[in-house]
Design a protein around this ligand. Structure first.
Ligand code: BV8
Length: 272
């Protein structure tokens, strides 16, 4: 047996023995669905901006059309993507464990809806969602119809160009604010309800699966360490090493769609 296959078996045994599993996911979870990760080089028109520059309230106040368009473009791109085998495996495993009075709870940094479309319930979206909107001034929740792009043009630069003229709609309640995405920008507090639920779940779990995150953005990046401090085992799934790799109980070098089905659904995983 190679070291990695040993590690895989250990991970499967940990999953098979766990009663309360928490899965902490980052952008790598959606990479195989075609959603660029945060650290992927920005494509096309966004090459001259870094996400950290655009994902701030200051950027939105300075240029609402630019930031609003970026989020609409991302939302339409996500709508054109499909959940991958990793999302679907988590959905199946969550239901299987529930049948055995065990739990699998998902805490995601991702702002897409691919976990839900893959059949899973999400306990916490700690950085918000591309598909929620509110007034930037009075905070009133708002609905927004994304609209559809010409088939095949979603995520294209033409789609971007067309959208960059789109101004955020005015708030229908306070009449002076404009709509913003329901996203947690850098420098903004995480939604207390979501982050508290995430912390509680991590403190109570006996296993944390950390999938597809570089572990660079705080305070979300502190969650795997809270799991370790609370006595849980931590399994990291990532094709690259991260600051967590040295601390994790098991580190599996591979991708979400490649590894999660075997870990969760083959014998010894959630089906035991
Ligand atoms: C806050 C929404 C304070 C936006 C996002 C210490 C404590 C607290 C705060 C800070 C701190 N130090 C610094 C800060 C400030 C800041 C921060 O952490 N900055 C970093 C850059 C140093 N944090 C904040 O601003 C947070 N707010 O702290 O507020 C406060 C307190 C009180 C009162 C007022 C204010 C808010 C942070 C949230 C920002 N919003 N998302 C949007 O999407 O537009 S963060 C965004 O970036 C993502 O949500 C995600 O969290 C992060 C990207 O990280 P990853 O998901 O890990 O993605 P990444 O691309 O980095 O890595 C992908 C990984 O996947 C890689 O490891 C790769 O190898 C792997 N991979 C690739 N393919 C696959 C794969 N894995 C598996 N399978 C594959 N196929």
């Amino acid at each position: 047996m190679t070291l990695q296959s040993d590690q895989h078996q250990t991970a499967r045994d940990l999953i098979g023995a766990a009663s309360r599993v928490v899965v902490l996911t980052g952008a790598g979870m959606s990479a195989e669905s075609g959603v660029p990760t945060f650290r992927d080089a920005q494509t096309g028109l966004w090459e001259r901006f870094s996400p950290e520059q655009l994902a701030t309230e200051e950027a939105f106040r300075a240029d609402p059309e630019l930031v609003w368009s970026w989020y609409l473009w991302r939302a339409r791109m996500v709508r054109a993507c499909e959940p991958n085998a990793g999302h679907r495996a988590l959905g199946v495993a969550q239901n299987r464990l529930a049948e055995r009075c065990r739990s699998l709870q998902i805490v995601t940094q991702n702002v897409d809806d691919l976990h839900e479309r893959g059949g899973a319930e999400v306990l916490a979206h700690v950085h918000g969602s591309l598909f929620e909107y509110r007034c930037a001034d009075c905070g009133a929740p708002a609905d927004f119809e994304l609209g559809t792009a010409e088939p095949g043009s979603v995520g294209s630069e033409e789609d971007l160009e067309r959208m960059m003229q789109v101004a955020p709609p005015a708030c229908e309640r306070c009449m002076h604010g404009v709509m913003r995405p329901g996203i947690v920008w850098f420098g903004e507090m995480l939604p207390p309800e979501d982050f508290n639920a995430a912390q509680t779940a991590v403190e109570k779990c006996d296993l944390a699966l950390v999938v597809g995150t570089s572990g660079l953005v705080q305070p979300a990046a502190s969650l795997p360490y809270l799991a370790l401090e609370s006595g849980a085992a931590v399994v990291e799934i990532n094709p690259e090493s991260t600051p967590l790799s040295e601390e994790a109980t098991v580190t599996l070098r591979g991708t979400a769609a490649e590894l999660l089905p075997g870990l969760l659904l083959e014998s010894g995983g959630a089906s035991s």
